[in-house]
Write a new protein. Structure first.
Length: 134
């Protein structure tokens, strides 16, 4: 799993700083996920063309990334504050075990296009096999 880390600066408040050079793509979109339902897993999709960096700034969650061949899991929480993971294109993501008050920051290589999402795991495996035949 590829990881990145925002620089944390305690000044008047807490700053997280991410230089574009730390992210392996040009950033075209930024969004946050705040106060996700702790009972509700999210994600369950892959992107055909989009790459993303997902940072946990507050709270915690578990992220599972699956490239169609293997799965890796990481817990992001206050112990590894500012840690982010890279979700490459054609990688399935699942997010669960959200702690109350969690704040995620997501940097994305593409503007929003719902057509670029694969939301069925079966379809994802089919397309992953085609793009990466073994
Ligand atoms: C991802 C994970 C980490 C927009 O209108 N524009 C946007 O840029 C985004 C990201 C979402 N939306 C709308 C579409 C849905 O009506 O916001 C709603 C929630 O989106 P979604 O169900 O895709 O949320 P998640 O948390 O399952 O997934 C999001 C991103 O969509 C996805 O790219 O990798 O966060």
């Amino acid at each position: 799993m590829e990881k990145v880390k925002a620089k944390e600066v305690k000044d008047d408040g807490l700053l997280y700083i991410i230089e574009s050079s730390q992210v392996p793509f040009e950033i075209k979109r930024v969004y946050t996920i705040i106060d996700a339902d702790t009972e509700l897993p999210r994600g369950y999709h892959a992107h055909r063309d989009t790459e993303q960096a997902v940072f946990c700034l507050r709270g915690g969650l578990r992220i599972t990334l699956d490239n169609g061949l293997s799965r890796s899991k990481i817990v992001l929480n206050q112990k590894n504050k500012g840690r982010g993971v890279i979700q490459r294109k054609m990688v399935w993501i699942e997010m669960d075990k959200f702690l109350p008050g969690t704040i995620l920051l997501v940097l994305s290589s593409k503007e929003y296009d719902p057509k670029g999402y694969i939301r069925s795991y079966h379809q994802f495996i089919k397309e992953a096999k085609k793009s990466n035949p073994t």
